[in-house]
Design a protein around this ligand. Structure first.
Ligand code: NAP
Length: 289
């Protein structure tokens, strides 16, 4: 395999590894969440894909069923604890259990903090951080009753050093890391394992849209995803492993944590980024007046 080729989509895990399990993946209809849903279904779990847009989750659940997996779709906004609780109760009533929760739903965009509106700030903090808490809290009674479960939240690495124009998302993900460690301690006695994954850059459609600079930004916002050529050269320069990440890279870590191999892992934040953050790449430079 050349240094930059994408990993195989063949699963490295044994067939039926998660047979009989039920997984709930927020934001499971697109990007990284879809990659996670596909792998968990491939390993035998029934996967419930949940997000705001019916088209996203229904189309993705259908594609998983077409490939021979078991999947269903629910619409919800992770910011709405009543709806989250309703969906969790429905899954538990229909399926009898929830073994795995993946808190993957998030919102993000580049914006100077100086002019970030209260609504924009609130929206990202509420989707990423409140949503992670509401979903985790909602599945806890189900996991307690069945003797345990696995919660995996998708974080990031940009708050390790700070990242201009992303005050909202870096603050939210730092909160998710704190929540991961605290809930790991609180919920361990009930057999609930609480971990997070910090992905490096993965050029999903969602990321491409979120990071295409608005015309008004006057070039202040770096458009690293602008062209395939620029992307390749960024990957060669900035990612020691020499390639961009894929949803499957993250899905593999979720499957590992959900499997018996993850039994003794809790409160961990697993960095899956080809070494990007350690390589000390310069953060986007702000223009001086
Ligand atoms: P994406 O495709 O845009 O995924 C975001 C998902 O969240 C969408 O499926 C969206 O579906 C759902 N969502 C957004 N707001 C929601 C809400 N209020 N309630 C329920 N669902 C909501 O982007 P992605 O790149 O795959 O990102 C997935 C995760 O990886 C995120 O947590 C992101 O922060 C993290 N991450 C990504 C990268 C990267 O480079 N791609 C790097 C580090 C971390 P609907 O629109 O249907 O609601």
């Amino acid at each position: 395999m050349s240094e930059q080729s994408a990993p195989s989509t063949q699963s490295v895990f044994r067939d039926g590894l998660l047979r009989g399990q039920v997984a709930l993946v927020t934001g499971g209809g697109t990007g990284i969440g879809l990659g996670i849903s596909e792998l968990l279904a491939q390993l035998g779990a029934h996967v419930v894909l949940a997000s705001r847009t019916a088209e996203h989750v229904e189309k993705a659940a259908q594609s998983i069923r077409d490939a021979g997996g078991s999947a269903s779709a629910e619409t919800l906004d992770v910011r709405d604890p009543e709806r989250v609780n309703g969906v969790v109760k429905k899954i538990a009533a229909e399926r009898g259990r929830i073994d795995v929760l993946v808190n993957n739903a998030a919102g993000n965009f580049y914006a100077p903090s100086e002019s970030l509106s209260p609504n924009a700030w609130r929206s990202v903090i509420e989707i990423d951080l409140y949503g992670t808490f509401f979903c985790s809290q909602a599945v806890l009674p189900v996991m307690k009753t069945q003797g345990g479960g696995r919660i995996v939240s998708i974080s990031m690495t940009l708050h390790y050093r700070g990242w201009p124009l992303m005050a909202h998302a870096t603050a939210a993900k730092a909160g998710i890391d704190a929540l991961t460690r605290t809930l790991a301690l609180e919920w361990a006695p009930w057999g609930v394992r609480m971990n997070a994954i910090a992905p490096g850059p993965i050029p999903t459609e969602g990321v491409r849209k979120a990071f295409t600079p608005p015309p008004a930004a006057g070039g202040q916002v770096p458009d690293v995803f602008a062209a395939e050529k620029a992307m390749e050269s960024y990957a060669r320069k900035a990612i020691p492993a020499g390639r961009w990440g894929t949803p499957r890279d993250i899905a593999n870590m979720v499957a590992f944590l959900a499997s018996p191999a993850g039994e003794w892992i809790t409160g961990a934040i697993m960095v899956v980024d080809g070494g990007e953050w350690l390589a000390k790449n310069p953060a986007p430079q702000m223009q001086r007046p």
